[in-house]
Design a protein around this ligand. Sequence first.
Ligand code: FAD
Length: 319
Amino acid sequence: MPDVLVLVDHDGERVHKCTYELLTAARRLGDPAAVVVGTPGTAARLEEPLARHGATSVYAAESTEADEFLATPAVDALELAVREVSPAAVLVSATTDGKEVAGRLAARLDGGLLIDAVDVDSCGVATQVVFGGSYTVRSQVTHGLPVITLRPGSFEPEERPVEARARQLALPPVDRVASARVTARRAALAGDRPELTEATVVVSGGRGVGGADGFKVVEQLADALGGAVGASRAAVDAGYYPHQYQVGQTGKSVSPQLYIALGISGAIQHLAGMQTSKTILAVNKDPEAPILGLADYAVVGDLFAVAPQLAQEVAARRA
Ligand code: FAD
């Protein structure tokens, strides 16, 4: 079986769920080989969970400055690994960083790039949902190495314990002029909420929330359900909530088990980031709002009346 390279998404201590999804998907194409980019010691810490999820090799691309640059170390590491193992494909999570890494890698290797796939079969045919869900496209790379980004939440991660071989990749020194440097750490996630692209429940607020204070209602419902908070671009642009929580075409793509949209109209650019969610509940006071047509459960009403009741009911059932 050919190797299939998987770029590991992690925070230094913990492998993110989207990587286990990639390892599960990779098994359809070959033997999953994980590439860990981080500071020294990271790969050794992450090897056990990666092997438990089917990584037959774990490549360590470690340097003391791995965290100081954005895409460059990961692109360098994947390029080295590709040259070493001639894989059948490279799989990367369709996160903001992942898409940048995948695009640069495909350009460097003159490969083919398929982004935001929600499925991939054993022949490397990827399924993408485009134009806000209006069309489903099946695409295959016909020239060069396939580099595929998979939307988080598209695969159910499955454990498949194997004995992983630890490998080292010697990263070249980063070109400091050409590489974007991290100048500020990402803002810490509020409280104990799960990461937006990893959460099984996402509660998002839109312009209908009316202000930053209004988002407390969104957060309360998310917390009652153990979910993450998202926001529409209109809410972000108006300063109600930080940009890192934006869902949609120019924000993050999510595919949770449950997506709750509060005061969001359902513009095509918002749908592009959430319409593959397994179940959608929308609350909107306008019965004509497009999102109500897409939702599995549509509530016509004031979000400030509906969301707190829902949060209370969930909390009561959990008590
Ligand atoms: P609105 O469209 O203003 O809708 C607000 C909704 O709240 C209305 O339906 C209203 O009936 C309802 N409402 C008001 N008060 C209440 C209440 N008390 N209770 C219940 N309902 C209430 N948008 C994204 O979200 N993500 C993206 O990534 C994104 N990328 C874009 C990229 C491009 C190139 C462009 C051109 C646009 C993009 N947009 C994106 C913007 C998008 O077109 C919409 O403008 C945006 O999604 C609208 O956000 P909204 O639904 O919160 O606001």
